[in-house]
Design a protein around this ligand. Structure first.
Ligand SMILES: Cc1cc2nc3c(=O)[nH]c(=O)nc-3n(C[C@H](O)[C@H](O)[C@H](O)COP(=O)(O)O)c2cc1C
Length: 192
């Protein structure tokens, strides 16, 4: 398949099963993350792989973090959050090693991590696997971040849940190009 067709056919998938990419296939996927544009060559990507039994350990941390944030969380609420970390065979934590005092703005450093994540998603799809990028309260929880080795100013840009698609991906309606692309001709315009 042409690279552009691969990119145009990618969809995010959360129903994932074994196997996940590993070995050289996984290494090549991860290499694509490090090909993202990187202003100042600060190399802020810090990928943490979580698989096998380590997922249970992370799920337990996520459950405890929820109870610390919300002491009234019920056991089903805790189980729901724990379960998110047990479904996919591979989790890639998208760590960002940030340098707030550097002349390259911190927002750009984070954009580099995000651009790397997009490369990973495309590469995962190109290799025949599926994935979804997820953030939310678990990813932004300081206790979860610290357990994975990220203390401020470092942070997590989220998790990629990775595996083999359970189902044939449904067709996803995509935004119309005409709503998102204009040609500027030198006159004042509103892009609202
Ligand atoms: C930074 C970021 C964070 C996201 N966080 C979540 C999330 O926490 N939960 C979720 O269901 N989707 C989240 N998404 C959206 C999915 O990753 C995905 O983009 C969405 O389901 C649309 O699927 P598509 O990639 O096929 O368009 C996030 C996307 C981005 C870019």
């Amino acid at each position: 398949m042409l690279a552009i067709d691969t990119m145009l056919s990618r969809v995010s998938l959360s129903a994932l099963q074994d196997p996940a990419p590993d070995g050289q296939v996984l290494e090549r996927i991860l290499e694509t993350g490090l090909r993202a544009p990187d202003h100042g060559r600060l190399a802020p990507w810090r990928y943490v792989l979580i698989r096998g039994e380590a997922r249970t350990a992370l799920a337990d941390i996520v459950g405890r973090a929820l109870l610390a944030r919300e002491p009234d969380a019920t056991p089903p609420m805790v189980e729901k959050q724990r379960g998110k970390f047990l479904r996919a065979p591979l989790i890639v934590a998208l760590g960002a090693h940030l340098r707030p005092d550097h002349k390259i703005p911190q927002a750009e450093q984070l954009m580099t991590v995000a651009a790397g994540a997009m490369n990973l998603l495309n590469a995962i799809h190109a290799e025949g696997f599926g994935a979804i990028w997820v953030t939310g309260a678990n990813a932004y929880d300081p206790g979860v971040q610290a357990a994975l080795g990220f203390v401020p100013p470092d942070t997590l840009a989220g998790f990629l849940f990775v595996g083999t698609p359970r189902d044939v991906p449904a067709l996803v309606r995509r935004p119309a190009l005409s709503d998102h692309v204009t040609e500027w001709t030198g006159r004042l315009v509103s892009q609202g």
